[in-house]
Design a protein around this ligand. Sequence first.
Ligand code: ACO
Length: 428
Amino acid sequence: MAKDTLSITDNRTGKSYELPVEHGTIRALDLRQIKTGPDDFGLMTYDPGLTNTASCKSTVTMVDGDNGILRYRGYPIEQLAERGTFLETAYLLVHGELPTQSELEEWQYNIVHHTFIHENVKKFMDGFRYDAHPMGVFVSTIAALSTFYREAKQIHDAECRKHQIHRLIAKAPTLAAFAYRHMSGMPYAYPDNDLSYTGNFLSMMFKTTEAKYEPNPALERALDVLFILHADHEQNCSTNAMRAVGSSAVDPYSAMAAAAAALYGPLHGGANEMVLTMLREIGSVKNIPAHIERVKNKEVRLMGFGHRVYKNYDPRAQIVKEVAETVFEVTGRNPLIDIALELERIALEDEYFLSHKLYPNVDFYSGIIYEAMKIPIPMYPVLFAIGRTPGWLAQWQESLEDPDLRIVRPRQIYLGEGERQYVPIDQR
Ligand code: ACO
């Protein structure tokens, strides 16, 4: 009869063990009993990059990478992107259910009424060099918020947590836009709480002398959809950072700064920036075959392609491609889209990409939209961070409520020197 267990025979000792299997996993600690003798520490798994390790149980987001499926709290990403708003999606991620009308109004009120930042934040923003990368500024200023809200350390108080969640979702666009204004030498534009979440962000980015900035509704909606698409993606690098740093019981501002720092890298949220740089370098459709050859020779990676989990088309990439067309109706066609489409067409027919299961990911097309909207390239990872904020917070909150939570502290395989004696410098 089938049993939910795994039998292991240790050929080093001839001993057999039976380990429980739950949710398709064994508990790594159950391996510790497998020893060659009393001095043996016990068996561990070796998993660099955590490619086959479930680090937590979660109910937030489901990704089925083989079939190209993404759901937040059970809702398909396609439906949320078509019919939902970003703040509604943020509520869903954080609370687990879609809000009723009154819950949504209260949530929006709470977010809108936390968009301002302390005036001192502006002062240290001014201290960054004139051309500081806005993602570096974003990471630093998110961390700095912990010095303003010291009660945020009470991470086990659900009410207190809720307050910090409102603040972080509300202030992320303000810090992001202020970082851009600093980089471009423009005066900071304060939040306009009459506008939508995304409309207010566009206002803080682009408002100049007009008394009231009026965002283009199509661009406002496009950005809202992009934020929805980026809102969560289960245990990716930055979410893992959020959970790992949060496991030390630090405040959410410090944990989210770590998550944002993880996002900054070109293999993660920095990829959208790299895609644009790559498309500009390619410059013309006629140069694509030569670029594909360089990728296949492993001289460069095709940025915006490939994913640890998706071994099929990333469903977000398809939606972003559609959003691009709605944006181009307002801004005019970004010529880089033709290079991107041709690159995708060739890559999807090429044996190298097919055999490696490399498909466009969410960031392959997002930068082209941002560029058409006149958002400068260094802001792309920052936009990703705004969108990902509710996901990080939902996952952080879930981790704190998890009875299995322990400080994240992996093991290592030590392969260094055995004990040796200190040698004075004149004798080395
Ligand atoms: N271009 C060319 N080859 C690639 C690419 C790519 N973009 N991605 C992976 N490969 C190849 C690797 O060379 C390797 O080939 P090999 O087996 O012949 O040696 C194989 O595919 C597996 O690659 P890994 O790096 O082991 O895959 P991993 O799952 O560790 O990496 C990652 C995933 C980091 C996303 C990778 O695909 C990549 O670097 N992509 C480009 C950067 C990018 O777009 N990142 C954004 C990811 S989405 C996001 O964070 C929102």
